[in-house]
Ligand binder design. Structure first.
Ligand SMILES: NC(=O)C1=CN([C@@H]2O[C@H](COP(=O)(O)OP(=O)(O)OC[C@H]3O[C@@H](n4cnc5c(N)ncnc54)[C@H](O)[C@@H]3O)[C@@H](O)[C@H]2O)C=CC1
Ligand SMILES: O=C(O)[C@@H]1CCC=N1
Length: 267
């Protein structure tokens, strides 16, 4: 971390994901003067942080975070090519784009780490998977791991092939859960509850169940059983949701496969 403070951190793109991570790092004590953001339209929040915006780049930053949309990467990356093939680690959060593509764009001696975070990073509750190319040293992986722990949990992948499935599960996953909240609230409203109360119930239920699943030693399966009284009310709902043909299992399987297919297209 001292190395990062001294040599600097560059962010290419500072939208939803870049800002979520930057916030976690600044809250964790990274001095704004160590950070340079390159962004065509920096938000008011970014401007308020005191980081350097669209200034000259540091000569040898410890890390460059790539946080533009995958479709913008080929256009945005050439401005950073001078930092390739050196000791600067490129840390990309972009979906799809492979380590080999970055090596092609930046030089094959460039240390590159792919990371896939998720938006709960904005409140320090993210989970990020990381995997590096052959040029990345154990110390550099450790630095990325520590840096990303400022915004939540980190898992180190065994190989790059795993990042596609991780993207489909945890990178996109918050959207699935938000949609669950939306649909639970809508179903509650349709069943006769006031709209705002149905939304409050859905949010609190998902949040409470999530925290319980993380904090207890019991498995999600046991936690589900704990709710389900024999011949009771939950059992009837689960008969619908756990249906092997029309319930969550085939639906989530299809959703994850659709996400993975798109990730492959973006590569
Ligand atoms: N939103 C999410 O839940 C997650 C997103 N990601 C990845 O994070 C990356 C960014 O996604 P978001 O933050 O959601 O998108 P976003 O659209 O909020 O942010 C992208 C930012 O890049 C800026 N930008 C565009 N062209 C640029 C250029 N040439 N130079 C510098 N900045 C430029 C845009 O102005 C924008 O602020 C994507 O590659 C995505 O795959 C990864 C995990 C989760
Ligand atoms: O939707 C996307 O492409 C990005 C990747 C993971 C979450 N958002």
């Amino acid at each position: 971390m001292d190395d990062l403070k001294k040599r600097g951190l560059v962010l290419l793109g500072c939208g939803k994901m870049g800002s979520a991570m930057l916030k976690g790092w600044l809250d964790g004590g990274l001095p704004p003067s160590s950070v340079t953001v390159i962004a065509p339209r920096p938000s008011d929040w970014v401007k308020s942080t005191g980081v350097n915006i669209n200034t000259d780049l540091p000569e040898d930053p410890a890390i460059v975070l790539l946080a533009v949309k995958p479709q913008k990467m080929a256009e945005a990356l050439p401005s950073l090519k001078a930092l390739g093939n050196g000791s600067t680690v490129f840390l990309s959060v972009a979906a799809g784009i492979s380590l080999a593509s970055y090596e092609e764009m930046l030089g094959d001696k460039t240390p590159i780490i792919r990371a896939m975070p998720n938006t709960p990073s904005a409140i320090g509750r993210g989970v990020t998977g990381i995997v590096g190319n052959a040029r990345v040293t154990a110390d550099q992986i450790q630095l990325a791991d520590e840096l990303l722990q400022a915004v939540g949990q980190v898992v180190q992948l065994e190989n790059e092939g795993q990042i596609r499935a991780l993207t489909a599960v945890s990178g996109c996953g918050p959207a699935y859960v938000f949609h669950l909240i939306e649909t639970m609230a809508a179903a509650g409203t349709a069943a006769g509850l006031p709209e705002d109360m149905a939304l409050q119930l859905a949010k609190a239920t998902v949040a409470g169940a999530g925290v319980l699943a993380e904090e207890t030693d019991e498995t999600p399966t046991q936690l589900r059983v704990n709710v389900t009284s024999p011949n009771g009310v939950t059992a009837e709902a689960l008969r619908v949701l756990m249906d092997e043909e029309n319930g969550f299992p085939p639906l989530l399987d299809r959703a994850i496969k659709a996400a993975m297919k798109r990730d492959a297209e973006l590569a």
